[in-house]
Write a protein that binds this ligand. Sequence first.
Ligand code: ADP
Ligand code: ZN
Length: 214
Amino acid sequence: MDIVKGNMGWIEVIVGPMFSGKSEELIRRLRRAEIARQRVQIFKPAIDQRYADNGIVSHSGLGMRSDNVADAAEVLRKVEPRTEVIGIDEAQFLGDGLVDACTKLADTGKRVIVSGLDTDFLGRPFEPMPTLLAVAEEITKLLAICVRCGNPAVHTQRLVASDDLIVVGAGGMYEARCRRCFEPHPAHEQSAPEQSAQEKENHKSAVNTGRTAR
Ligand code: ADP
Ligand code: ZN
């Protein structure tokens, strides 16, 4: 956003898998706004208490104070009229109302910077982020590094067995994977219901010999 005249607002979205540097990038932009003496407010979903109760924190340890909110409507209620820049982290947890809330804030002249996961643990678009990408002025897609092979990673691999869309966790529960190494349905879950005796035997020997059953 090089040229912005008057008090026009806009929406910036930062997406990517876990560990791709979304929080770092959000914090970088918000710090620069503070250095420019702009009034900044930062929000994160109350559901996400992994690293700090009242702050956004990156996996590399950077942090900034933030307000917890239950949903996007609460962001609207908490934004003060004189605030110029609004940062929202882990926005995928704030529900469909987020798109309207960000649009309202941008329409009233505020710069809104939103960071969140654009895909879920199965690699599916994770609403409301995809819709937000469509209405934003500026979008940044970051990639992590695949922990298996070192290639650019677009996916968030869930390492614990659960079909729930939201399982909040970090260390040991998720890792970054490239499209080749991503396993949305790890073999042990996939083959559970109608596994033949032969398949079971194959799986057992694969596990016993330490081979990964793919
Ligand atoms: P996000 O908000 O996207 O989850 P963060 O900004 O919290 O990402 O963390 C990014 C930092 O995480 C990187 O700068 C790096 O220090 C660290 N990191 C740990 N694992 C990885 C990985 N697999 N790929 C890239 N960075 C990683
Ligand atoms: Zn890989």
